[in-house]
Design a protein around this ligand. Sequence first.
Ligand code: HEM
Length: 429
Amino acid sequence: MIRVPTLAVEDIDLSDIEFWGRPPSERHASFAVLRAERPIAFFEEPDLGRDSALALTPGPGYRVLSRHADVVEVSRNPDLYCSGKGALTIIDLPEELVEFFAGMISTDNPRHARLRSIVSAAFSPRHIRAIEESIERVAVRLINESAGLGGCDVVTSLAAPLSLEIICNMMGVPASEHATVLRCSSVISSSSDAEYLPEGNDSLLAIFEAAQELSAMMADLANHRLTHPSDDLTTALVMTNIDGEALSESELASFFILMLIAGNETTKDSISHGILALSEHPDQRALWQADPVGVAATGIDEVVRWASPVNWMRRTVTADTILSGEELYDGDKVILLYPSANRDEEVFEDPFRFDVLRNPNPHVGFGAAGPHFCLGAHLARQEIDVMLRELLTRLPDIEVCGEPTWTQSRSVNGIKHLPCQFTPVTPST
Ligand code: HEM
């Protein structure tokens, strides 16, 4: 008799950092068990302060929402499920640190609307269409740098530098600082991956130091922009004046950090997951290659559903309530588990099939509808579209030729390295 290995719900521990370093297929197997058996599961909080000079003690625990319906319900009810106590960490950070790290993503109305309105125009579909040409220019330059080599690392040669350059240009960060932004962004979003941690391995301290480095960069840039305004987002931030109030120094810093981290990591991961998925599904790749413009209309969102680059966001319950029959109490922390919601059998037909023509595709990779829905969604779609189109056209036989290396991160579904090969071609314009 063949024994089929089964995964017991009791053995799943989302607080264990090891869990987040496993390949996505293994994580998805655990999420499927949670959806079926414990869709609002309780977990003890990880003891993040244990190996750190920063004295942070774990709180009372948190609940993980693994079904699509619950993620949608919570996202659209910001009064009952707030973000102001921290959207990016499970552990409760002191208030000033929540603000420092997360900026508007960890605020509620009216402050959230006020902050979002400062930058929202720059991310509108019209504005993003206007920068398509510059995205193309960067993508083609990066592809040309590898075109003659016959192979490269998709992440470090193509996906990471594209996302980095575009968001840094939008923010007005000079090219001399791009490497620092990449290093700090990797430390902050990976949270504990040894490849990005400086010697000594106090991961919490490393995150604080990286944030401080970015904050100092913002202070310099902001000072410069006050006397040398430009058409970048940093100028918009320093010149802004809502109801007679300018942004405070810490609001500026947290805005800057949020934009750089949010704009960098997730798009890089989507492009890398996209190339991997297209390599693993030659039939889907053939469809895309035959009609890059037509298929992109549905394919890009399927890449984001498939990749689900953001693992979760947190909300905090503001009054006793009932969610899908489960009692929740004022102060309870809930985690919106996006990758799981994006494989929910109740919503997606054959959810484990990568289908570039999937339509409708109500995925929640960018968050579900609500005030915090991803501000950069149009930009991210544009970058994924351009890079995949240019790659499939200029390096038509590009394929992954080795195992991906996964980022060990609670917050993002990252790929650190992804070797690929292709027939070398002469760089072209
Ligand atoms: C495929 C790439 C991306 C994915 C998967 C993604 C995903 C997300 C998710 C899940 C949220 C939280 C939604 C919620 O809490 O309801 C979010 C928020 C946000 N994203 Fe993205 N994102 C991506 C690209 C970008 C880019 C390129 C930017 C550019 C700066 C960006 C900026 C933001 C900002 C500023 C927020 C906070 C919005 C708010 O609180 O109002 N994102 N994103």
